[in-house]
Design a protein around this ligand. Structure first.
Ligand SMILES: *Cc1c(COP(=O)(O)O)cnc(C)c1O
Length: 451
């Protein structure tokens, strides 16, 4: 049966045949781990060099080369990479960082521990990335940095963001945790701003266990990141008697031997070893993912109520490893069918991953309003001379309603045309029969009222 005939059968929810009869686990399994990864990790274990840095430095050099930047510094997780990047950019007591509200908390939460506060901005409805106009509107003399998240693999609008940031002297920190390998008009995400932080944890597209990577072309920023939490890389031994200096900045070199922030960001080398192997295969593997998801979305082109979350074709922009694959849901094109009813019907077709929403907006969370992290008797967001930029419900309309307009789609790891057609048919069938679902929703409601 072909795609269109499958999509025109009765809904499985009402007893019709399912589009996807059984889900094959390996179609979605990630990361792909082979004996090559196992050998590399075993070598570290057998040599007992888990806490060394030799393999990590090789991983960093290869990662930097792949990205096309001068400096890469691995950490124990992506949160640590973003934390050191913020401090490197000069974020400190009383300052502000601007960050989209709809992202994972680690994009910005560490700003509070630097004595800064987060001025949350809104996102664009189609890209799910930071809205450049809202970013510009929020810049104040206290703004030190903007955190640009390439959300769910989609490259943010850097051509709009970078000139605004430069004009106002605001540093650009790219959060590339969703977008390893994504291109923005031919340029690698993570190489366009001043500095980047990247998660490499096991659930991400570039998955090596627990790990993070900082990228920059700026030597000063690199040295500040080293000084922050990589004491073993500052050039003196832990006994701080060996004065072999590697940090050029004299102010940072004074503290060599100890981490300036009192934290330890070193990555476990079993992860670095796996990272080196993963990197060798990553470009080819994400090319397959892109082929598969582009195939899925090409089939759905023109389907009412659904839009691909991907940059325009021929723009030179790509979705990288297509992490956290999402689609855009437009209820208004389906007579107002609630997204939950749509998803329920797609799941009945055998597509387990179809559920509404993305990350919950952060600007309402009490952590950014009332948390007294330092025991100072007042909210940390206000304890260090910050402006009060706390915002409640209603402040960021797109972020607050986006979960009604975003839908989960299968994150294919292999390009299997016949099975991808079945998945796409499930979404199309439900969209084409939205009328039947609206009728059911209305009847369900009547029954509930009568009962
Ligand atoms: C996962 C993630 C991080 C944090 O990375 P960890 O490696 O889990 O510490 C930061 N930002 C975003 C957007 C993420 O998704």
């Amino acid at each position: 049966m072909n795609f269109s005939s499958r999509a025109s059968q009765p809904l499985a929810l009402f007893g019709g045949p399912k589009c996807v009869e059984s889900e094959s686990k390996d179609l979605f399994h990630w990361p792909i781990v082979t004996v090559e990864d196992e050998q590399a990790v075993l070598e570290v274990l057998r040599a007992g060099t888990m806490s060394g840095t030799g393999i990590t430095k090789q991983f960093e050099a290869e990662f930097a080369k792949w990205m096309g930047v001068n400096y890469a510094l691995a950490s124990c997780n992506g949160t640590a990479s973003l934390h050191e990047a913020m401090w490197a950019c000069g974020v400190g007591a009383g300052d502000e960082v601007i960050c989209p509200s709809m992202t994972y908390w680690a994009s910005c939460a560490a700003a509070l521990t630097l004595g800064a506060t987060v001025n949350f901005c809104d996102i664009e409805r189609d890209s799910l990335c930071l809205d450049p106009r809202d970013f510009e509107r929020r810049i104040s003399p206290k703004t030190k940095a903007v955190i640009v998240v390439h959300y769910a693999g989609y490259p943010a609008d850097m051509d709009a963001i970078l000139p605004i940031a430069r004009r106002h002297g605001v540093k650009v920190i790219e959060d590339v945790s969703h977008a390893q390998g994504s291109l923005y008009k031919g340029r690698m995400c993570g190489t366009m701003g001043d500095i980047a932080g990247i998660s490499l944890m096991a659930g991400k597209s570039f998955a090596i266990g627990e790990g993070g990577m900082m990228l920059t072309n700026d030597k000063t920023l690199f040295e500040r990141c080293v000084a922050f939490g990589h004491y073993e890389r500052t050039g003196v031994s832990t006994r701080w008697t060996d004065k072999t200096k590697t940090l050029d900045d004299p102010e940072l070199a004074r503290y060599a031997g100890l981490p300036m922030f009192g934290v330890k960001h070193r990555i476990n080398q079993t992860c670095s070893a796996m990272g080196r192997v993963q990197l060798r295969h990553y470009p080819a593997r994400i090319a397959v993912i892109q082929k598969a998801l582009n195939r899925f979305w090409d089939l759905l082109e023109g389907t009412p109520g659904l839009r691909a979350h991907r940059p325009p074709k021929d723009s030179g922009s790509t979705m990288g490893g297509w992490y956290f694959a999402r689609g855009l849901y437009r209820a208004e094109e389906l007579g107002g069918l609630p997204i939950a009813a749509f998803c329920e019907a797609v799941r009945a077709e055998g597509v387990g991953v179809c559920s509404p929403g993305c990350n919950t907006p952060l600007h309402n969370h009490p952590l950014f309003h009332t948390a007294d992290i330092f025991g100072m008797g007042r909210p940390t967001a206000l304890s260090f001379g910050q402006r009060d930029v706390r915002q409640g419900t209603g402040a960021l309309p797109v972020s607050e309603t986006i979960s009604e307009a975003v839908i989960g789609v299968p994150w294919f790891k292999h390009d299997r045309p016949e099975i991808i057609e079945r998945y796409a048919a499930a979404y199309r069938k439900v969209a084409l029969r939205a009328g039947e679902l609206r009728k059911k929703s209305a009847e369900d409601k009547k029954q509930t009222l009568a009962a």
